[in-house]
Ligand binder design. Structure first.
Ligand SMILES: [Zn+2]
Length: 349
């Protein structure tokens, strides 16, 4: 019994993130019983069990239960009423958190909308909006990325896709004749129909990539994507592209440039190359191909998704936990109409 007490005492000292990792690690099936999940949320999200989600005031009282049994709270300070998952992307969806957990599991398995909708018993349309709400909430994880050690960088390209802009929009005018399928682009070279995505991977396997412009890579876009994201103590490895030289000079980072598929041994005896970033490009392309033509306006979301689940050394449980923590912790409201209204080429200014 004393051992159990010790475990409880240790548990109370864990951070919010660690508690979720602990919780999801113990649950062999993430689709946990709802009461447990609600209880868990009350104890973790509402710090100490009685702090207001809106004003963090401590004068919070229980205020009856929802029809589905979820406990409501009332803050005597700001007079607002809330449930443990209020003010997150999950609120207002009338679906239980266990369904969201199941959804995240599907995302970690790279499932399509149809497969996910079936597994979570939701419609394909709901599955679509949830995917983008979750990825909105996960954007913050990407923004915190910091690359260090040997950092390989190179850009890759995706065909522009205006999928998802045509119907129901009175404002969208197709800027070119529609292609029958995404791949019949005949223009040679890096035309204005290719989206440039500068990518980087560091020695720990941490990756970062962002669609930034149409056509060829430029110094301005590299600075826009990587400024402040690479440690000054890193060694940047790229191909012979001039724009990277200016980036490295600008950011005061040591640069080693090498031919594609070649390795360069520097004065310190270490061999550098760009094989890892090439491998990353292949993985990213494979991932995007699974979804049969990702709309350019959502491309960044798919890259965030890929980077979270494909290119790191975390276990699947840790990945799901990380995503779960993030979507429950972030105070973020996204409406379906916000997602539909996104511009076709968000990065073009
Ligand atoms: Zn309050």
């Amino acid at each position: 019994m004393s051992e159990l007490k010790e475990i409880f005492a240790s548990y109370k000292k864990l951070s919010f993130t660690d508690r979720i990792v602990f919780y999801t690690t113990l649950s062999s099936n993430i689709n946990v019983h709802d009461d447990n999940l609600q209880d868990f949320l009350v104890k973790t999200r509402i710090a100490g069990g009685n702090a207001c989600i809106y004003c963090e005031g401590s004068y919070v009282v229980k205020n009856g239960k929802h029809k589905d049994g979820v406990q409501r709270f009332l803050c005597r300070d700001c007079k607002k009423s809330f449930i443990p998952s209020s003010c997150s992307i999950t609120s207002g969806t009338r679906k239980n958190l266990s369904v969201w957990a199941q959804y995240l599991k599907c995302m970690s398995d790279k499932k399509t909308l149809k497969e996910t909708a079936e597994e979570c018993s939701i419609s394909v349309t709901t599955a679509f909006y949830w995917r983008h709400k979750i990825l909105d909430a996960l954007q913050e994880v990407t923004d915190r990325v910091y690359l260090d050690g040997v950092v390989e960088s190179d850009e890759t390209f995706f065909n522009v896709s205006y999928k998802g802009n045509h119907k129901k929009s009175r404002r969208f005018i197709m800027p070119r004749k529609a292609h029958k399928r995404g791949n019949d682009i005949h223009k040679k070279g890096l035309s204005s129909e290719k989206v440039c995505v500068p990518c980087a991977v560091d020695v720990e396997g941490i990756t970062f990539a962002r669609p930034v412009k149409l056509g060829k890579v430029s110094t301005e876009c590299l600075i826009d994507v990587f400024s402040g994201m690479v440690s000054p103590s890193a060694v940047l490895c790229t191909d012979k592209e001039r724009a990277y030289r200016i980036l490295a000079r600008n950011e005061d980072i040591r640069l080693i440039q090498t031919g594609t598929d070649k390795r360069t041994t520097s004065g310190d005896g270490i061999t550098y190359g760009i094989q890892c970033i090439n491998a990353y490009h292949r993985l990213l392309k494979n991932f995007i191909d699974r979804f049969h033509g990702v709309s350019t306006k959502h491309l960044e979301h798919y890259i965030i998704w890929n980077n979270l689940i494909t290119n790191n050394k975390r276990s699947k449980t840790e990945i799901i936990s990380l995503m779960f923590v993030q979507i429950l912790r972030r105070r973020l409201t996204v409406h379906n109409s916000d997602i539909s209204a996104r511009p076709p080429l968000s990065f073009v200014t």
